[in-house]
Design a protein. Structure first.
Length: 411
């Protein structure tokens, strides 16, 4: 009986909470009714007499408590059940359900708290650093006003607060930290941040500016394994006690975060710098008087600090970037420029390279088109490439490009 009662009351409450009566926007008096045979198809089955009897008993009991009004057919069969709005409080109590108005009030309190934290606490880069969180909260306030569901809220207020706390901490994090270390710091639980990792990444990706949802945390120096900066080509790595000449190494080397802390300088002696987005391309790339740095798609502060050290020690050096010819590749380049303050030039990311590799084109998705259009609005530096890609429905993965051609753009 309890299951039948719960289903009836919850369905009626759902109708009410989705209505204009709930939001106060109704211009006419609304009623909230359900057709029994639609909610319980088994009710019309002549062979299910026991269920028919039980449902009638439940409905009669609810009617006796004045929670609903029943409309019956001549034979006593119940046609519809209508909610008594004057008894909503009792309906909520009967179901053990928290009124949506109370939940909404609590959500507003939580948002206000996080808006105040972002505005008034001494958070590095605030409020600009916390822009994704501000944008998210603003949109959810509007969704609540329109009586729409709140994104990334599954009904558990405590879990939702944990999500927003994690988002705030990710945005404000500057030093490299393991995800389980941060989890202990925030929740006194080494695994909880990983349990809510997916919605944290999704929220930041939707409201921030990131190339890939899977590397959002890493861009904020929150890692699962140590960061290594992989380099090869030309350059003299200068440490306190020794120097490493990259030209004397046949392959590449990887510098850990701890190793980079003892790096004093990088001497290029006229060589240029090129960052490469993908690992396969990094290994295949033949350096010509260049320091080659593997970017790994995303670039966190460890890699950016290394790049900025190279720039400081070698003023006037030409910096280039070689990545995918797609919206993500151009975003990574723009992000690299904005975060380092260095005017990176695109290499092999031009119309000529696209045209020379027609047999390897990949068609654009709708998301690709939207991101390219957005990028074009923000920066017309790539206007010719983007126009060509949209017109010809194409993009190109970096690994496809087998030859190195001069970069197409001038500073």
């Amino acid at each position: 009986m309890n299951k039948i009662k719960s289903k009836i009351l919850n369905t009626l409450i759902d109708l009410y909470e989705k209505s204009k009566t709930f939001t106060g926007d109704n211009k006419v008096r609304q009623s909230f009714s359900i057709r029994v045979s639609k909610l319980f198809p088994k009710y019309d089955d002549d062979s299910a007499f026991d269920f028919y009897t039980e449902l009638n008993q439940v409905c009669t009991m609810l009617e006796g408590k004045k929670l609903v009004t029943l409309q019956r057919e001549r034979g006593g069969k119940i046609r519809t059940i209508t909610l008594h709005l004057d008894c909503l409080d009792v309906c909520y109590a009967e179901t053990g359900r928290t009124p949506k108005s109370d939940v909404n009030s609590k959500l507003k309190e939580i948002w206000q708290k996080y808006e105040n934290i972002s505005q008034y606490e001494n958070i590095p880069g605030s409020p600009e650093l916390n822009k994704p969180l501000h944008l998210y909260i603003q949109e959810q306030r509007e969704r609540l006003r329109q009586n729409k569901s709140v994104q990334f809220f599954g009904g558990d207020l405590a879990e939702y607060e944990d999500l927003l706390l994690a988002v705030k901490e990710v945005l404000s994090n500057e030093e490299e930290i393991f995800i389980r270390e941060l989890s202990v710091k925030l929740f006194n639980n080494s695994k909880h941040l990983e349990e809510i990792e997916s919605p944290v990444r999704s929220l930041l990706y939707k409201y921030g500016e990131y190339d890939d949802k899977e590397t959002v945390l890493e861009e904020h120096n929150i890692i699962k394994t140590p960061t290594y900066v992989m380099v090869k080509g030309c350059g003299l790595l200068v440490f306190a006690e020794q120097k490493i000449d990259l030209e004397k190494i046949s392959g590449d080397i990887a510098l850990s975060t701890q190793t980079l802390k003892s790096l004093c300088s990088v001497e290029l002696n006229g060589a240029s710098v090129i960052t490469i987005e993908n690992l396969t391309s990094f290994h295949k790339y033949k350096a010509t008087n260049e320091l080659v740095i593997y970017l790994g798609g995303f670039h966190n502060s460890v890699k950016r600090d290394f790049i900025k050290l190279v720039e400081r020690r070698n003023p006037g050096t030409v910096f280039k970037h070689f990545g995918d010819i797609d919206a993500g590749g151009f975003y990574i380049l723009e992000h690299l420029k904005s975060k380092t303050g260095i005017n990176f030039l695109p290499q092999n990311m031009d119309v000529g390279t696209l045209d020379a590799n027609k047999e390897n084109w990949i068609s654009l998705s709708e998301n690709d088109r939207a991101r390219l259009a957005s990028l074009s609005e923000k920066n017309n530096f790539y206007a010719d490439v983007i126009e060509y890609m949209l017109k010809n429905n194409c993009k190109l993965e970096q690994e496809i490009i087998s030859c190195v051609t001069p970069f197409a753009y001038k500073a």
